[in-house]
Ligand binder design. Sequence first.
Ligand SMILES: C[C@H](NC(=O)[C@@H](N)CCCCN)C(=O)O
Length: 472
Amino acid sequence: MASKPEPDEKTPLSQVVESNNDDSEEELQGCSGTAPCNPKSCLHRYFPVLVLICFLSFGSYFCYDNPAALQDTMIRELDISEGQFMAFYSFYSWPNVVLCMFGGYLIDRLFGVRLGAIIFGLFVTVGQVIFALGSLFNLYSLMCVGRFVFGIGGESLAVAQNTYAVKWFQGKELNMVFGLQLSFSRVGSTVNMNVMQPLYNYIDQNIHGYKCLGIALFVGAGMCVFSLICAIVLSFFDKRADRVLKRKQISSEEMIKFRDILTFPLSTWLISIICVAYYVAVFPFIGLGLVFFEMKFGLTPTSANAVNSLVYIVSAVASPVFGFLIDKIGKNVFWVIIGIVVTLGCHMMLAFSFINPYVSMVIMGLSYSVLASGLWPMVSLIIPGHQLGTAYGIMQAIQNLGLAVIALVAGIIVDQNGYLILEVFFMAWLCVALIAGVLLYLIDANKGGKLNLSAKARAIEKLKLDAEKSSN
Ligand SMILES: C[C@H](NC(=O)[C@@H](N)CCCCN)C(=O)O
């Protein structure tokens, strides 16, 4: 057994070379071959593997929107402007304009997904600790450094999470898995939105001001430690599955070279444009939403926080459901376009009417879930497994470039022009996403419509491909 080469961790499960070799049977004896701990069983993929994959980003999602949950408290206690407040989001995104791309590449080429997830999980935790320390000592610039370090880990960890999902679930229930992954992340965001302010109020009974804020932010760091533990445990199961299932090694010719990104199909870039144009109309909106709902709809801070977190709450429930439906129906591009149009409608309702904001935000939660469940898995339909980390990295790098700039611009627009103009600005971005969505549909249709195939047609296509492979 000792002389066998270690299988590479970067290969998708779809490339697994199944074997009944004695070693794997021996390996399974430790757990008596029971389903949950047998990598060959379907149950093992769901529990513990999927559960651990889902919790990988829980901490980072919880902390990402710590500022949004405490918007007016932070602005008051740290004595900063809306623009400086939005810089917390911007500092999160800036390193990722470059690093995310390398994060994906490092996963594909150097660390592998296991070590990558652990390293990025460490960055997330350390970054949040620095952010909390900055608040504890009322050092705004240290808080920005914290968000920067947190950002380095947060986005690349999401790349690692996507890579794990594809590795374990490609060709199976990938849309649903992406949806479920998103759902757990959204629970992190929702818990943050609803817990941070009451937690702050509780601590405020004894310790006040920025010190109180700092202590509340340390709770976020605890969540990051939890996700880090999940990354460590998951790496153990993944390594074991590589051994037991004899996942094929990637040859050096197959390894991604950085120049390969120039060969990525045009559709990859259009997906990235949709991603950036859509998300800049959602994340910065939620970042600034608390005060918008207080001012326009006269809500109390608690109700405003509840409305603001509705997108995440709805998405937590709806994402796996839509993911499951998209697995069954296919037609990803179609769903993505619907998601964009409906989100545009929601922004219009919020900007130009006084319809109860609960309605708009619930619908936005649904449209956001449809979009996310349809959009992210599309990359894996056009990019081979060994290049996926890099492809997701590029997609998120472009997304972060948009978020870094737009978060700053959005803060300035609110300071200078108010929320109505901000809403119009977000609508313009959604129109860009819509144009990119229609272009994606047309270009993809021209090449045979791979991205927008029905689930049935996709299954037939896969059978043909498998047959071709085995005949070679
Ligand atoms: C799935 C999608 N993910 C992203 O947008 C990533 N950039 C990760 C964001 C991480 C926030 N900590 C989403 O969240 O909808």
